[in-house]
Design a protein. Sequence first.
Length: 390
Amino acid sequence: MCGVGKPVRAMHVARIKSSHVDRQGRLREYESRYLRRTFREDGRVKHETLADLSGLPEATVDAIEAALRGIRLVPADAAVTIIRSVPHGHVAAVHAMAKAVGLPGLLGPACRERDLALALIISRVVRPGSKLSTLTWWADTTLGADLAVAGASTDEVYAAMDWLVAGQDRIEAQLAARHLAAPANPSRMALFDLSSSWVEGRHCPLAARGYSRDGKKGKLQIEYGLLTDSAGCPVAVRVFPGNTADPDTFTEAVRIVRDTFRLDRMVMVGDRGMITNARIEALKEHDEQIGWLTALRAPAIAKLAADDGPLQMSLFDRQDLAEIAHPDYPGERLVACRNPLLAAERARKRGELLDATQALLDALVDRVTAGTLHGADKIGIAVGRVLNKY
């Protein structure tokens, strides 16, 4: 690269950018890379091109340029020693989304308790578990370092939960303004439902014998009701004793909307076991501006669908929705809907049951023909068992 007998001169990588406009009027840009040395001769600075590097990969040119600058290049595995690697992507994604929706600010001002509460929420999304297992898991991801909660004690975690409970009213008021107020919720609709969980231990003051939605019979229960907007975004939560009836929790939801959030025009949506006739009458009497949306029970539907009732199947010959009226429901809108998917599923199931019944009856016919089953009384009993089976 250097002429014989000439002193070695400093070399460098020259990057020359150029551009031109092609026939289609598009601007084309290029970069040429050359290995050059610069020297002074007869008082003038001259450049000597030693090699054209334009055809080499970018990474190779960068390596040559770094070497000429005196940077020592070593293999990555020799320069870096991995002492420990912990998962990052999943907790980082949830953490980023939490910040995008403003969750940290919603929880409260920046403090140790807020960081612990935020870490608990992120952990609940990524890896639900007990508080003790969550504490040990923080150190196994980057979440512990990112929120500086690695090494937190159980006392700190429970203190953070107490801190969070103290701010529940403030947090729910912000959520209500975000999701239930008129600008964000023009339909003025709120959804409410109840769920339950079983409790291990004997020291929870809300634990009581009640209906287990998890099928854990014999276990003490707690119940919790969730109030959301029409899109399912949570606004408020309340925890009840395990023996609380669904209608009682609906009354609490109405109280929250009316008294806590000061919303006087809302439509509450709940299932038929929650919004009972008694609750409807109470709403009519005390909350004229709060409406409801629920489903009728089977006996009430059967009465409307009777031969002399307003709900006739011919209403659905052309449309799947029909609005009817009945004197038993003054001032209320009754909307009937035909679900073609549900109808097809019930027809399929009905056909299978009829086929299964027919197969059993055919077996009885074979027995009668073979003489192993005889006598009107015995045949009648056998047929009755078959008909009652399905």
